[in-house]
Design a binder for this molecule. Sequence first.
Ligand SMILES: Nc1ncnc2c1ncn2[C@@H]1O[C@H](COP(=O)(O)OP(=O)(O)O)[C@@H](O)[C@H]1O
Ligand SMILES: [Mg+2]
Length: 317
Amino acid sequence: MADPMSSSDKIVVSGFRHFFTTADGDVQATDKVDLTIRSGEFVTLVGPSGCGKTTLLKAIAGFIRPTEGTIHCDGKLVQGPGRERGVVFQELAILPWRTVRRNIGHGLEIAGVSRAERDKTVRRLIELTGLTGFEERYPHELSGGMRQRVAVARTWAADPDVILMDEPFAAVDAMTRLTLQEELARLCAATRKTVFFITHSVDEAVFLGDRLLVMTRRPGRIKAEIAVPGRASGRDWESFTADPEMQGIADRRDFCGCFPASGCCCPSRRWSCSGGRSRLRPASPTRCWSRPRRPSPPSCAWWIPGCSPNMPAPACG
Ligand SMILES: Nc1ncnc2c1ncn2[C@@H]1O[C@H](COP(=O)(O)OP(=O)(O)O)[C@@H](O)[C@H]1O
Ligand SMILES: [Mg+2]
């Protein structure tokens, strides 16, 4: 069981395990998970596909009841969705028939917030998410990145204490993603929300988080927890990629197995910026192969140029 709650604990997950019932029998989505997220903390979670990340997030959101264990938010047992917990999913949840302004203000409208108050909140979020000038546009008139900004702003507008984000930037292109990550970092610094953020990108997890959790493959449990210092003072990709401490964290072996073609924990997975982001390129793959190898290395099927499925992967713990 997790420690008894302290006043700064926002979310406490204790002895969580979940099974889905299917026609073929029960599917164990997660192994036992214990987790505490402190108030104002930005916690990121990485893990291989299908290990139970979304299941855990949905349980925290109150969309599914844990098969075992409990989840508390502010000391209260989570038994369903609540206004204090907002969710941003990878799939867009914005309304195509509403303008940007009216999409962002939608939750406030439902909650009966006055027009003046609503407009004030929406204006601030439009500014914070870089949507100024697009207030009266409809979703089909926006780029994918802009639509995702609307989805983020819409969740923020309802002013939940806790924001749960499930791979919110997975569907946008790499360049847009960098911008959205920087914007999210700024938005979080400006609003001090408690955030639980799922991603399959280690760099994204290190860049955004105060603390990073790594899950094993299914049924997932948390196998490593890594503190990432310095989020409060702000982050941008330019300094992040030049900071040896941050790069050291992103290169840790704990991430092994978190990636699509498991078996390779090649640090070359990362994108590096050069020329003020005008040239985005994968980091040199040579760093990967200079690492010590295990006696029987698993094969690597990464998308790195020159990397074929039969190449040995580096030692990966
Ligand atoms: N509604 C469901 N019914 C049956 N099995 C499910 C359901 N949702 C998820 N699963 C299974 O549970 C496991 C964990 O899923 P999920 O939490 O979505 O993983 P992740 O988000 O880490 O990719 C997967 O094996 C998935 O197939
Ligand atoms: Mg998922």
